[in-house]
Write a protein that binds this ligand. Structure first.
Ligand SMILES: CC(C)(COP(=O)(O)OP(=O)(O)OC[C@H]1O[C@@H](n2cnc3c(N)ncnc32)[C@H](O)[C@@H]1OP(=O)(O)O)[C@@H](O)C(=O)NCCC(=O)NCCS
Length: 346
């Protein structure tokens, strides 16, 4: 299990000279003095408390304890305490924001991501969120970011997969309604939109399609833990959620016809009070497309998941993927939210 001791290799984790000097105060509206500094090890329970007070909309998991936050955020080898900014007022954490560089090896320009910003409701509207964002941007510029992004989305989602956004990182959800005006005012534009879709499994699934009949004898469904994910960056982003790989194999040729990753969204299941499974990286091999294989494969997976007593499945798709959205709607998936990726020039 993740533990605080896992942090030791990462960076300074206790109050030290460096982050003492990094601390600075500013006077918010109404003369309130706010101190800004970077992460200290003792902050964790306070960050968790602010999270639960701040991220209260549908797309954020409620954190039952520090361990979940440690597992998904602090224990990652890429965690840099200097990228997590904390605002303190009267000795209490008022808000925090987390910035990190995307280490996706295929980016043509380096992308710096402000993953999340949260300010306690009672202390909003005093400039704290704006100052936290400034600090994140300053950190990312220093790290050489060529593009500033807010809200993680694959492949630029270093943190919060598993805790925020659902089965993948869709940027910042529209259900977090304060984010868009806040970011647009500060020079960001919406670069991408991602549709979040749900399918309830505690209702009948009528999925018969005559094209499935020959497929039953031709294809084999296999699943298991993937020996490794696609790349080390894929491991860093998605490894934490421990996905299972489902593969549809052609029995004769032993080649893959379709594959996907599936994971149990445990933190969201607790929050939504529904055992939920997330599906991502769903792909039908090019020669098999347009033959009903995708529908067959997804039906088999949903049937399997349903038999394990899961009652909800989530998939996310780019808003521009019209064919994919039509495909999912034909399987009774419903649009429940939209994620937005915000970018601005450095
Ligand atoms: C979005 C969020 C982080 C903003 O935090 P905040 O502390 O209220 O942000 P600010 O005070 O800097 O700015 C908000 C408004 O306060 C007002 N404000 C009041 N006093 C101010 C001051 N002294 N300086 C600057 N703005 C001030 C401004 O009018 C500003 O409005 P604007 O965006 O139209 O300029 C906060 O609402 C929040 O935590 N929301 C829930 C979580 C969330 O959605 N997070 C996603 C964001 S990535």
């Amino acid at each position: 299990m993740p533990a605080l001791s896992n942090l030791c290799g990462n960076a300074p984790t206790v109050y030290n000279d460096e982050n003492f000097h990094a601390a600075a105060t500013s006077r918010a509206e109404g003369g309130i003095v706010v101190e800004y500094r970077t992460f200290r090890n003792t902050d964790t329970p306070h960050l968790v408390a602010v999270w639960n007070e701040t991220f209260t909309q549908r797309g954020a998991a409620r954190l039952a304890n520090n361990t979940t936050f440690e597992r998904y955020v602090l224990c990652k080898p890429i965690f840099d305490p200097k990228g997590l900014f904390v605002a303190v007022q009267d000795g209490e954490v008022a808000g925090w924001a987390h910035a990190a560089m995307s280490l996706n090896p295929f980016n043509s320009q380096s992308v710096g991501v402000t993953c999340l910003i949260g300010v306690r409701p009672a202390l909003r509207g005093q400039g704290i969120g704006g100052e936290l964002l400034n600090r994140c941007e300053g950190y990312l510029r220093e790290k050489g970011a060529g593009i500033l992004q807010t809200g993680g989305h694959w492949p630029n989602n270093p943190f919060y997969m598993g805790l925020y956004g659902g089965c993948e990182s869709p940027g910042i959800l529209q259900s977090d309604g304060l984010a868009e005006p806040f970011l647009v005012k500060r020079g960001y534009r919406v670069e991408q939109k991602i549709t979040v879709l749900h399918r309830k499994l505690d209702q009948p699934m009528k999925m018969f399609d005559p094209r499935f009949v020959p497929m039953r004898s031709r294809y084999d469904l296999q699943f298991g833990s993937p020996r490794r994910l696609l790349s080390s960056w894929h491991e860093l982003v998605h490894g934490n959620v421990d996905p299972l790989q489902f593969v549809l194999l052609d029995k004769q040729t032993r080649t893959w016809v379709a594959h996907t990753l599936v994971w149990e969204m445990d933190a969201f299941s607790h929050t939504w009070q529904r055992p939920t499974v997330g599906i991502f990286d769903f792909e039908v091999n090019t020669p098999a497309r347009g033959t009903g294989v995708g529908r067959y494969f997804l039906s088999l997976i949903m049937k399997y998941i349903q038999e394990q007593f899961f009652t909800l499945v989530e998939i996310q798709l780019e808003e521009t993927n019209v064919a994919g959205l039509d495909f999912l709607k034909s399987l009774d998936f419903e649009n429940v939210d939209t994620g937005q990726v915000f970018v601005r020039n450095v």
